[in-house]
Design a protein around this ligand. Structure first.
Ligand code: IPD
Ligand code: CA
Ligand code: CA
Length: 270
């Protein structure tokens, strides 16, 4: 592992004990954007600990965290989601993770995603992508009709904004794919696509802290990661969001039902 991948892995795992201890305790929550967007003291405490670890290991850092915002002016930029899947975490559903990525000169160079319940550590760096130290290969379905798709589309806010047509789009994906699931953590879903445990992951309203580590994992495991941005908006790095489509490497995206479904509203950022 490169030094930055090691730091990302240390950062993603350093909060595991506290998250496991709090899991299934029905922790108190507050809400951020709306009542579908919970946050707990555990999100904030985990992010603070991760920030401390990163700054001690790599003082030349700037850290963007979901809960604490941006700190530092260094040249290594970190994106931290202390708990991705907080709604699952508060309810007691075992599908959440910690996600940490390092970006240098605009490129994601290291990433780690840790599922503390299953003790699954996914890491990626310039030399490849690994699950608990073993190389990962993003392989699986060869056609969307045989594939398992993970998506949180439409979220309650997307449904409010788009109305009934959003349900039509969901219906098309439900019908075309063999299986559609909404497990509810973008980062852990990307790690599953990287490992070949799910075939496709799709989201339209996420942030860099949800995507950066997972994007590198998928790509370094031989899968495909594309950005999806609202039509007419300028292209940025695809891991900045707001939308993404990730597939196992065995699935071609030419003529993809997903891309066709969103063709009128979204452009692809390779
Ligand atoms: C959320 C999860 C969810 C995605 C949301 C994210 P959070 O992150 O990744 O799957 O659909 O857009 O905000 O709030 O649990 O860190
Ligand atoms: Ca998140
Ligand atoms: Ca979060």
């Amino acid at each position: 592992m490169t030094d930055l991948t090691l730091v990302a892995a240390d950062a993603a795992t350093c909060v595991a004990d506290q998250l496991r201890a709090a899991f299934r305790s029905r922790p108190d929550m507050e809400f951020k954007r709306d009542r579908h967007d919970p946050v707990t003291v555990h999100d904030r405490a985990a992010e603070a600990k991760i920030r401390e670890l990163i700054l001690a290991a790599v003082p030349d850092s700037r850290i963007v965290g979901e809960e604490g915002g941006a700190i530092g002016e260094g040249s290594v930029h970190w994106y931290v989601d202390p708990i991705d899947g907080t709604a699952n975490f508060v309810a007691g559903l075992a599908f959440f993770c910690t996600s940490v990525a390092a970006v240098v000169d605009g490129e994601v160079v290291a990433g780690a995603i840790y599922d503390p319940v299953r003790d699954d550590l996914f890491t990626a760096g310039p030399d490849g992508a690994y699950h608990n130290g073993s190389p990962m290969r993003s392989a699986g379905a060869t056609a969307e009709t045989e594939a398992l798709l993970i998506t949180s589309y439409p979220s309650p806010r997307e449904l409010r904004a788009e109305g009934e047509p959003a349900l039509g789009r969901l219906g098309r994906l439900l019908t075309e794919y063999r299986t559609l699931r909404r497990p509810g953590s973008a980062a852990l879903s990307l790690a599953h696509v990287a490992a070949g445990w799910a075939d496709v992951a799709l989201g339209l309203s996420v942030n860099a802290w949800d995507l950066a580590a997972g994007a590198l994992l998928v790509r370094q495991a031989g899968g495909r990661f594309l950005g999806l941005r609202p039509a007419g908006t300028p292209a940025t790095a695809n891991w900045l969001g707001p939308g993404y489509l990730a597939t196992v490497g065995t699935l071609a995206v030419d003529g993809s039902v997903v891309l066709d479904t969103f063709a009128a509203s979204h452009e692809v950022t390779p």
